[in-house]
Design a protein around this ligand. Structure first.
Ligand SMILES: [Zn+2]
Length: 481
């Protein structure tokens, strides 16, 4: 339910300049260079499959910085893009973060070959005290980041919007554990809930968060995670969001719609500025949009946010899966679903995602330390038989969609798939072991996933594979240390 972009990875070249270390502790360093507020850089990301441009829109001060005061440089190397903030005079790196974007998905779709499109985008970072140089970089074909835009911000200038954040709706503390600077602060936003449905939103949010905390590694790390929910009502007849294939159009609070990139169940919003103004009422590191909808759907983009429709049978699963994309950069491990993305991983290149590999050198598998000796790499499994069954399911699913089937009928089909695919994968000789199983990231051949089954592969009642669990743990560490 999102892309995986076809870009290789050489471990992201880290910058040569960095925050100076000295006798002062990390928090002191943050205080010396940053005001403690959050600064938002708003821009439009514009272009086609062949060219792209960044058009700045403005700067906006939000509330107190909720992120880590010590993890100022991004150590992960994840994301299709990277944003950097440097002291303008010394050139020292103040902040960097990898991210992916709606634009980065758009450019891989068919329409991007022939037409332009513009997307609102933003970066949030600790507000520097002094003028700063900003860059946006994009990963090239060799995996290295290259600058695509450069600009500046002078926080003292009259071009930084310091108006108070408008208050609307209500923040509900669901699971608040401590200081935002040492917690993962997850904020759930209500979308498509009409006035008067606040109690339903709170119940939906609690149910989804319960599903998250029932899943490792979130379960073991629950003391490191604070969860808040923010109810903002949607006007007009509801509940729900726009569904263009059904001719349904709604003026929902955050602008979400089904049918992103003409994919029936893919839910995105293109109204980043509106979304960020609403979200800025609460401290957050990660956003999830919870949608008052019976129709199955969702989405998740690394470093951006995730979406989930609340009223489906597998909503808890979808919430956990999509947050895997948006929070930890996990790739989809499935490969038989129809997706809009046409640009696949270029042969001979390595994906940046932690749980996908092209296995260019099996002796240097990036999760090789998790492979028990005696496990063959690549790891054999009954892929041809699995594919035959799964393609039959995909065909049946398309028939149901074409026939206008009810959500109950769709969910019955999903249940029947779980009843067959779960036992099928469990019977694999290397089930539960980490290796390299061919078939991942929307392609059947040439890309590999770490284990036979995983939350990023199927809707079966299985945990995250060991590689995905570790990636999530590391992502949590980025906010707690
Ligand atoms: Zn996995």
């Amino acid at each position: 339910m999102r892309h995986v972009l076809a870009i290789p990875l050489l471990l992201a070249a880290c910058s040569t300049t960095s925050v100076p270390t000295g006798s002062a502790g990390p928090a002191a360093r943050l205080d010396a260079r940053f005001t403690g507020a959050t600064l938002r850089f708003e821009y439009d990301h514009v272009g086609t499959a062949a060219e792209e441009h960044i058009a700045p829109h403005g700067f906006r001060v939000e509330g107190p910085w909720a992120g880590s005061s010590t993890q100022l440089e991004d150590p992960t190397g994840f994301g299709l893009y990277r944003f950097t903030v440097r002291d303008r005079d010394s050139g020292g790196l103040l902040w960097s973060r990898g991210f992916s974007s709606i634009y980065g998905e758009w450019e891989t779709t068919g329409p991007a070959k022939t037409s332009w499109r513009s997307f609102q985008e933003s970066q949030r970072f600790p507000e520097p005290r002094a003028p700063a140089a900003l860059t946006l970089e994009k990963r090239g074909g060799d995996g290295a980041f290259r600058e695509i835009w450069r600009g500046e911000v002078d926080p003292a200038s009259r071009f930084v919007d310091r108006a108070p954040i408008p208050r609307e709706g209500r923040v509900i503390d669901l699971h608040v554990q401590g200081d935002p600077s040492t917690q993962v602060d997850l904020l759930l936003l209500a979308e498509g809930y009409a006035e008067g449905r606040e109690a339903k939103f709170e119940a939906d949010a609690r149910r989804l968060v319960d599903a998250l905390f029932a899943t490792e590694p979130w379960k073991s790390r629950r003391a490191d995670v604070s969860v808040r929910a923010l109810f903002v009502p949607s006007s007009g007849p509801g509940p729900g969001i726009s569904n263009p294939r059904k001719g349904i159009w709604r003026d929902s609070a955050l602008g979400c719609s089904f049918n992103a990139f003409d994919s029936d169940r893919y839910v995105l919003t293109y109204e980043d500025r509106r979304l960020r103004e609403v979200a800025a009422q609460a401290p957050y590191d990660a956003l999830a949009l919870v949608i008052d909808e019976r129709k199955y759907g969702g989405g998740g983009i690394y470093g951006l946010w995730s979406t989930v429709t609340a009223d489906t049978e597998p909503a808890g699963y979808v919430f956990v899966h999509e947050l895997g994309h948006s929070f930890a950069g996990l790739a989809d491990e499935y490969y038989t679903s129809q997706v809009a993305y046409e640009t696949l991983q270029a042969p001979g290149t390595e994906p940046w995602e932690p749980n996908a590999t092209a296995l260019l050198d099996p002796r240097r598998l990036k999760w090789g330390d998790l492979v028990e000796s005696g496990t063959p790499v690549p790891t054999p499994w009954r892929q041809a038989e699995y594919d035959k069954n799964d393609l039959a399911y995909q065909a049946r699913r398309q028939e149901l969609i074409a026939a206008g089937a009810t959500e109950e009928q769709n969910e019955a089909l999903m249940r029947s798939v779980r009843e067959t695919s779960g036992p099928f994968l469990r019977a694999e000789p290397w089930f539960g072991r980490t290796g390299a199983f061919e078939g991942s990231s929307y392609v059947a051949k040439g890309l590999y996933r770490p284990q036979a089954d995983c939350i990023m592969f199927t809707r079966n009642p299985v945990p995250f594979c060991a590689v995905c669990r570790r990636a999530l743990d590391r992502a949590i560490d980025l906010y707690t240390r």
